[in-house]
Design a protein around this ligand. Structure first.
Ligand code: TPP
Ligand code: SF4
Ligand code: MG
Length: 284
């Protein structure tokens, strides 16, 4: 039977504030999955803690709303155990660039074939408006009444320097282009990060109009396999580009693990080259 958007909606109604950017992102994910005709029972979404972390409840997939900053390693474990599944990690700027920031580099080194949706509203939304790693310098928040005094993390250059094999920035209030980018990310074989700018209505550092004014799609002839061009455009703040900055093919975690398994099972050296017995004896 032909699927509809309804097949990707869970029975739990979203509880975000009216006007929150996360609503549009949820629908864009559901539409991308529908367009790619992926069966809901073959999808796992793992989320961190935050308003954005609630997203996994509202998708009709297997879901785990885990711990703050740990969506990426948990999703990695799911994918390692079940490579046949489509696996998402979802979380906010605090979750992914603050407490969980260290995980991205290591998931990228393994090139685990998962999709990480990092939803940046430049604030800790759920806990009521504290400074996040992407809050702009000088803005006043609950934890910076005299203005943020720390520099802001620039996410796209960080992901490029980690050599994440698919790096994109998207406007969360432009569902059409976000859906398109998500479809590309899901289809990519390897780790994809879609960094989504999304307004928080209650602690408004970003708004839909402001995003429209500062964001511009990458030029049509942008070479997605050229990291230096990607870096140069990632650092541009006038305009701030959206689209796929970088995409390369390299062995995934599944390929790498299969490689190890093949070596372990290789009997050509008398069957003991990689035997457990030999490994244990090496520690004797
Ligand atoms: C280990 C731990 N530290 C702190 C918290 C409190 N906490 C919950 S959500 C959050 C920040 C969420 O901000 P972000 O990731 O940007 O998500 P948003 O709510 O903005 O979508 C914090 C600090 C927690 N739940 N667990
Ligand atoms: S606090 Fe902000 S991010 Fe959280 S649900 Fe409300 S509008 Fe959305
Ligand atoms: Mg946030």
């Amino acid at each position: 039977m032909k699927k509809t958007l309804q097949d990707y909606k869970s029975i739990i109604e979203p509880v975000w504030c009216p006007g929150c950017g996360d609503y549009g992102i949820l629908v864009s994910i559901q539409r991308a999955l529908l367009n790619l005709d992926i069966d809901p029972e073959n999808i796992v979404s793992v989320s961190g803690i935050g308003c954005s972390g609630r997203l996994s409840h509202f998708l009709n997939t297997y879901s785990l709303h885990g711990t703050h900053g740990r969506a990426v390693p948990t999703a990695l474990g799911v994918k390692a155990a079940h490579p046949e599944l489509t696996v998402f990690a979802v979380g906010g700027d605090g979750d992914g660039l603050g407490i969980g920031g260290g995980h991205i580099a290591h998931a990228s080194r393994k090139n685990v074939d998962m999709n990480y949706l990092l939803i940046d509203n430049q604030i800790y939304g759920l806990t009521k408006g504290q400074t996040s790693p992407t809050s702009p310098l000088g803005v006043k928040t609950k934890t910076s009444p005299h203005g943020v005094f720390e520099d802001t993390l620039d996410a796209i250059p960080i992901f490029l320097s980690y050599d994440v094999s698919f790096v994109a920035r998207a406007n969360g209030v432009d569902p059409k282009s976000l859906t398109q980018i998500l479809m590309e990310a899901i289809s990519h074989k390897g780790m994809s990060i879609v960094y989504i700018l999304s307004p928080c209505r209650t602690f408004p550092l970003l708004d839909a109009k402001g995003l429209k004014a500062i964001l511009q799609p990458l030029p049509e002839d942008h070479p997605t396999d050229n990291k230096m061009v990607a870096l140069e455009r990632a650092y541009s703040d006038q305009p701030i580009y959206t689209g796929i900055f970088y995409q390369v093919q390299k062995p995934t975690l599944e390929d790498r693990l299969q490689n190890v398994i093949t070596k372990v099972c290789d009997n050509t050296n008398g069957g003991d080259k990689y035997s457990l017995d030999k490994v244990l004896k090496s520690f004797a």
